[in-house]
Design a protein around this ligand. Structure first.
Ligand code: PLP
Length: 388
């Protein structure tokens, strides 16, 4: 007879295999138990039929990987602890000392910081290209270029790039492409029509709660996947089962949420565009916005767009006045990220963030539209504008 404390750990009860419910069970493991030494030696962590260690996958992470691959139209998926980690994982899997990576000038800011602050120390150089100009990308691709990042639309300034032409340039030059598909979320356009690798900050719409950090790297090519997976293992980019569960729980509603964010964002953007305080609306689904034609080409004339847009205030308003506008908002909270139920606002200093092209005068403010009633959000914007 074992002592109770031992029975607590080695109890013979096993959960029944036949249990079925809408949500899958959650498997949490660092340690995975093998039936014998032969199995321990034989099991291959790259093969999803065999579990070896929590870092290499559990039924819970494999399930989420399968569903995300389906969402993106890919075949393999690797989960990482944040969207930025997805970018880092791709870079470190594919780039070596002496290589160069090209980033759009309007790339997600921390991706630029990663290249500047870390990749450089590993002997990997980078260049920024003008995402709106395929000829500029063409000129910058050189013999050391191993990877080109694509992102649509550009971060904060929201220009929708000519994805088809950028992708064609890379294909003709035989350079691998990775797309940051966080904005499109696998819903607005098929990422693999334009890139070899699709990275996604699950922190945004797949989570939908503003409470989980996670990222994914989806591929269609087994050899490419294995390079990503090897770097993932060597870097130790594991994710927690509870976080994976939160994403699994939110995924079934991603499309209805995305459409709801989109609808409210367009309603508010259209209204803001007509206000005399606003000089420019930066929302790719609106006529006259930068890259609108490209958005139509990639997402379709009646296509989808995320619940995200920026406005540029009339240049007569000072930075202090625009800050006060942001502070006056009640429903819109000051905070980074997007894709959650709560609307968010951030004022940006654009000239400090961009190299290519020139930025027009006026302070830029980015809105992430949540799931509150659009008319309440409009009333909030109205009272804050009135105080300008
Ligand atoms: C948020 C975001 C990321 C990074 O995601 P985190 O999970 O916050 O690290 C990367 N790319 C884009 C386009 C994003 O919006």
């Amino acid at each position: 007879m074992s002592k109770p404390v031992t029975d607590l750990i080695h109890h013979p009860y096993q959960p029944p295999a036949g249990f079925v419910a809408p949500q899958p069970g959650v498997y949490k493991a660092s340690t995975v138990i093998f039936p014998n030494v032969a199995a321990m030696r034989a099991r291959d962590w790259k093969n999803k039929n065999g579990y070896t260690y929590g870092l290499h996958g559990t039924p819970t992470t494999f399930l989420l990987e399968e569903r995300l691959a389906a969402l993106e139209g890919g075949k393999q998926c690797v989960l990482v602890p944040s969207g930025l980690a997805a970018i880092a994982n791709v870079n470190l899997a594919l780039l070596h000392a002496g290589d160069e990576v090209l980033l759009p000038d309007n790339v997600y800011g921390p991706s630029k910081a990663l290249a500047e602050g870390e990749l450089k120390n590993w002997g990997i150089t980078f260049q920024l290209y003008d995402a709106m100009d395929p000829a500029d990308l063409q000129r910058r691709i050189g013999p050391r270029t191993r990877l080109v990042w694509l992102e649509a639309p550009g971060s904060v300034s929201m220009e929708f790039p000519p994805l088809r032409q950028l992708s064609d340039v890379c294909r003709q030059r035989g350079v691998l492409t990775a797309l940051d598909n966080t904005w499109g979320a696998g819903l607005a356009f098929p990422g693999f029509d334009y890139a070899d690798i699709v990275a996604h900050a699950l922190t945004k719409y797949p989570s939908g709660g503003g409470d989980v950090l996670m990222g994914s790297v989806v591929t269609r090519d087994q050899a490419l996947h294995e390079r990503v997976k090897l770097a993932h293992m060597r870097l130790g980019f594991g994710v927690g089962a509870n976080d994976a569960e939160a994403i699994l729980r939110a995924l079934p509603s991603i499309e209805v949420r995305y459409r709801a964010h989109d609808r409210s964002a367009r309603e508010l953007a259209g209204w803001l565009r007509g206000r005399q305080e606003i000089a420019h609306l930066l929302h790719p689904a609106f006529e006259g916005a930068p890259g609108h034609g490209n958005w139509r080409e990639v997402c379709g004339n009646d296509g989808l767009a995320a619940g995200l847009f920026s406005v540029v205030f009339d240049e007569k308003y000072t930075s202090a006045q625009v800050d006060a506008f942001c502070d006056r908002l009640r429903l819109f909270k000051l905070g980074y990220s997007w894709g959650g139920p709560m609307s968010l606002v951030v004022p940006y200093d654009m000239p400090a963030m961009r190299k290519a092209g020139s930025w027009s005068k006026g302070i830029l403010v980015r809105f992430s539209i949540g799931l509150e009633a659009a008319e309440d959000l409009k009333a909030d914007l109205e009272q804050a504008l009135a105080a300008l």
